[in-house]
Design a protein around this ligand. Structure first.
Ligand code: ATP
Length: 886
């Protein structure tokens, strides 16, 4: 065959993707299973059957979100307040409260709607895909595009996209529990010509091709299912904790409010004033807006994470990520590129080098300085042929480049066969197959060559040598000599030490039509280079400085895994294989897990035990996975991380986080994002509570010393609902602090407030409360209206000044940059302008009962506001210098 023919991409692909005529049953429809539908047929079928989708799960519409704004207990309190005011003839107060209710609802609506749409966008990104054969090519298309007549290609982990009739299957096992509730996977074979596979069920093992019989609502699943959105909207721990806090404060507020107004009335104060004060006090104390602010912060955070290629399937993940203390990661594709190229071949007689990169067949095989082709070397020919036919990957030449569909290991072996000018058969006569699985670590096919029937096998060298009894030499298969096994192992170790992934190949001739995985002839080893991803080394270093351990758990050999770990500067002092792991007791495993350990030659099932043991030690575990057998470990881990490119549907469904680029560095970035968000939640919770504390202290102290009301109910509502909420959301957008990844992870149950938080809230509350009270009394002889307006404005300004103390709880402003949070600057400008309007714009003056204040009053406000900015800044700077925080 000429080189030119070989490089004729289209014909090569056609030949490679040809299938076995003998293994085909008569089709029920017109679709040729080898060619599939043409684009025109797809369009026609879609016109008849529509899109392959079920009506979308109901998400909250704008009206529902708006109505929800009026259903909180806060709004109920306010409505009661308005009614009481109206009943007592205070129409202005009632109208003002009404206006505040509406303003609050609008703000809440905007926030929640933004969160809803952000989540809807995330849900969209999770839409499933399926592999089909169309126009003679395997293609990956959105499941929604599938039409009756399409030929589905099914592989382990795939969620079946439509009901389909099985055409070909090898060792197919399907989990039908979503339909039948039966938890054991069901074997499916073409022995029964009517065998169907169903939408929503997933392939556990094997490979198959099936012709779609029905789609969308016509499928079995469509008939029974109510599709649920796949981005979980379950409330997160944080949301639960904060709702709890809000409830507790609500109760305390009622008690304090009832006590204060009761006391006021008993002391002979105006009844209406006291009732309104009580109501506003209870509103002042309850941070009712908190849960909504949290939701929007987490949802916007999830959107920010997508920009970093991490898709949170549950909001919970964003929050938990910040606390992750261990990342258990696989190697291939996560730490490495997963772009494999064969670089060396070893047989019993020779050592070969291979040139070229990627899946471009431009390159050659050479030994002893001589270029070799399959025809020159029968052992090489047998090895290349085995790699070529014992594979499902496809190469195609599109545009100017070669692309590969399938497993990179197999793509590399096919490219290698091209480089060696391996003879390509017109028909790939594969009669049967035992598919690859990470548990077996090898695969075999039964191949009909023009002269004989062969079992072709490839896999991890240990798994191949186990079933070989002879070795291939130039003059044919031979019994191995006394040192041959050692020679093979040495060659294997030598390749693995360079970080190469080593595949062994073997074969035997058979007379039956069955695959016998025994008494094979060992052909040789192929070393595949799979370089570490460029950004991973830094990401591992960053994880270490953030106190996060990285544990590699791989199916590859211990030597290859250790070599890659070294290339990535990962500390490894202990390496356990899957077999060794099985022999360890739980206590021994726990002891090993305290060291810098690496697990190699593991089966996916073993990940579960590792997660459980780490969790018993109190660790928060992020675990990666891509295969169907990884799902239980992904579910068990605190953060299950599935691969967006390599991962199967089943793994994705079990995960909390999907890496859109399969890259380890993305996990570390996502952890950084999780930490940022948790830190920001802490900041705005403290901020909101300290504002409330100031108001409550001013009110209570004032009532105790018997002064006229310092703030009116409507003014408190204005402060809490109009000016503070906006500022809190902006605080939630604060960028990550420069030293964020230099601290160990927070512990699982770290309280949001803690003693430090409570003390800060009290200190700031006492200062702002007493200062505004002092200003109030200082100006009282110029009229209560002026004093009250100034105290009210002072409180608003204090609250705005206080926000700088919370932008970072440890770092001074000059370290994080005074202008680094643009949202906050805008929020401050907007809320302060609103306050100026409240003081000088007649309609607001009328509603909030304010009067214009003069320069002298503003001076008082500025004098008292300055320390709020300066003192925390000095304290933080001192801390910074003393402890030399970076
Ligand atoms: P990781 O677990 O880090 O992703 P891995 O891809 O090496 O690593 P597995 O997929 O479990 O893990 O593969 C285990 C071994 O099986 C590989 O080291 C290789 O020797 C062999 N192997 C991988 N893919 C194939 C394949 N398509 N056919 C035959 N053997 C394979």
């Amino acid at each position: 065959m000429s080189r030119l023919t070989l490089l004729n991409a289209k014909s090569v692909c056609r030949r490679i993707s040809d299938r076995i005529p003998g293994n085909r049953r008569p089709s029920l429809s017109d679709t040729n299973p080898h060619i599939g539908l043409s684009q025109a047929q797809v369009t026609a079928a879609r016109a008849r059957a529509g899109w392959n989708e079920l009506p979308a799960a109901k998400t909250a519409g704008p009206l529902t979100v708006l109505v929800r704004q009026f259903s909180s207990s806060l709004i109920l309190i306010l409505i009661v307040a308005a009614v009481v005011a109206l009943a007592l003839g205070e129409a202005i107060d009632a109208a003002t409260i009404g206006l505040v209710v509406i303003l609050n609802a609008v703000l809440g609506f905007v926030q929640e709607w933004k969160a809803e749409t952000a989540l809807a966008a995330l849900r969209k990104m999770l839409s499933p895909k399926a592999m089909v054969i169309r126009d003679g090519q395997e293609q990956i298309v959105p499941s929604r595009d599938i039409v009756p007549g399409d030929i589905l290609v099914l592989a382990p982990g795939a969620k079946i996209a439509a009901d389909a009739l099985l055409l070909r299957a090898s060792e197919l096992r399907v989990d039908e529990s979503v339909l039948t509730g039966e938890s054991m996977p069901v074997d499916k074979s073409v022995e029964d010509p009517e065998t169907l596979v169903f939408t929503g069920t997933s392939v556990v093992a094997g490979r198959a091709e099936a012709r779609v019989t029905s789609t969308g609502l016509d499928t079995e699943f469509g008939k029974i299912a109510h599709l649920t959105g796949s981005v979980g909207t379950k409330t997160t721990n944080l949301q639960q904790k904060l709702s709890h806090l809000a409830r507790q404060l609500g109760l305390a507020a009622l008690i304090v409010a009832a006590g204060v107004s009761g006391l006021g009335i008993a002391l002979g104060r105006d009844f209406l004033e006291m009732i309104m004060t009580g109501l506003s006090l209870s509103v002042a104390m309850v941070p009712e807006g908190l849960p909504a602010v949290i939701t929007i912060t987490l949802a916007l955070g999830a959107t920010a994470m997508v920009r970093q290629n991490a898709l949170a399937r549950r909001l919970q993940a964003v929050e938990t990520l910040g606390a992750a203390s261990v990342i258990c990661t696989d190697k291939t594709g996560t730490l490495t590129e997963n772009k494999m190229t064969a670089t060396s071949i070893w047989t019993m007689d020779r050592q070969y080098d291979v040139t070229g990169t990627g899946y471009d067949p431009a390159g050659h095989i050479e030994a002893d300085g001589e270029r070799l082709r399959a025809v020159d070397d029968p052992v090489l020919a047998a090895l290349l042929q085995t790699g070529l036919y014992c594979s499902h990957a496809r190469l195609s030449f599109e545009g100017e480049t070669w692309t590969m569909i399938g497993a990179p290991t197999e793509g590399a072996l096919i490219t290698l066969a091209y480089k060696g000018w391996c003879e390509l058969q017109q028909e790939r006569n594969l009669l049967a197959e035992i598919p690859f699985s990470s548990a077996r670590k090898r695969m075999s096919v039964l191949y009909q060559s023009p002269d004989e029937t062969l079992v072709l096998t490839k896999g991890a060298p240990e798994q191949i040598l186990e079933i070989c009894t002879t070795i291939m030499r130039e003059d044919g298969p031979q019994e191995p000599g006394p040192h041959d096994l050692q020679r093979i192992n040495d060659a294997y170790a030598q390749m693995a030490e360079q970080g190469l992934r080593v595949i062994a190949l073997a074969r035997r001739a058979v007379t039956t039509n069955e695959i016998v995985e025994e008494e094979l002839t060992f052909l040789g080893l192929v070393g595949l280079i799979d370089p570490p991803r460029a950004e991973v080394k830094d990401a591992i270093a960053s994880a270490h400085s953030a106190g996060i351990r990285v544990i590699m758990i791989t199916g590859d050999s211990p030597i290859t895994a250790t070599a890659i770990a070294q290339q990535l500067s990962m500390k490894v002092s202990d390496c356990q294989t899957g077999a060794e792991l099985d022999a360890l007791s739980d206590e021994e495993l726990a002891a090993h897990l305290t060291r810098d350990i690496l697990f190699a030659r593991t089966k996916p099932e073993q990940k579960m035990r590792i997660v459980a043991s780490l969790q018993d030690q109190g660790q928060i575990v992020a675990m990666t996975g891509d295969g169907v057998n990884d799902a239980p470990a992904l579910k068990k881990a605190d953060i299950g991380v599935a691969m967006g490119i390599r991962g199967t549907d089943v793994a994705r469904d079990a995960s909390d986080l999907v890496l859109l680029d399969d890259n380890f560095a993305t996990i570390v970035r996502a952890i950084g994002e999780g930490r940022r968000q948790f830190a920001n939640v802490k900041k705005f919770v403290r901020y909101l509570l300290s504002s409330n504390a100031g108001e409550v202290i001013a009110l209570v102290v004032n009532i105790a010393i018997g002064g006229p009301l310092v703030f009116l109910a409507t003014q408190i509502l204005w402060m809490n609902l109009v000016t503070d909420g906006v500022t809190a959301v902006a605080l939630g957008m604060e960028k990550s602090e420069p030293d964020q990844m230099q601290h160990p992870p927070r512990r699982k149950n770290t309280p949001i407030l803690g003693i430090g938080g409570i003390l800060t809230i009290l200190a700031l509350g006492i200062y702002t409360g007493l200062s505004s009270l002092w200003i109030f009394f200082e100006l009282l002889d110029q009229g209560v209206e002026l004093a009250r307006t100034t105290a009210f404005t002072a409180m608003v300004v204090f609250e705005k000044a206080g926000v700088f103390a919370f932008r970072s709880l440890r770092l001074p402003g000059w370290r994080i940059g005074w202008f680094s949070n643009k949202f906050l600057l805008v929020a401050l400008a907007v809320t302060l302008s609103a306050q100026v309007l409240a003081v000088y714009w007649p309609p607001l003056q009328f509603m909030l009962r304010t009067v214009p204040i003069g320069v002298a009053e503003w001076q008082w406000i500025a004098i008292f506001a300055l320390p709020i900015v300066i003192v925390p800044e000095l304290l933080k700077s001192a801390y910074h210098w003393i402890y030399r925080v970076k």
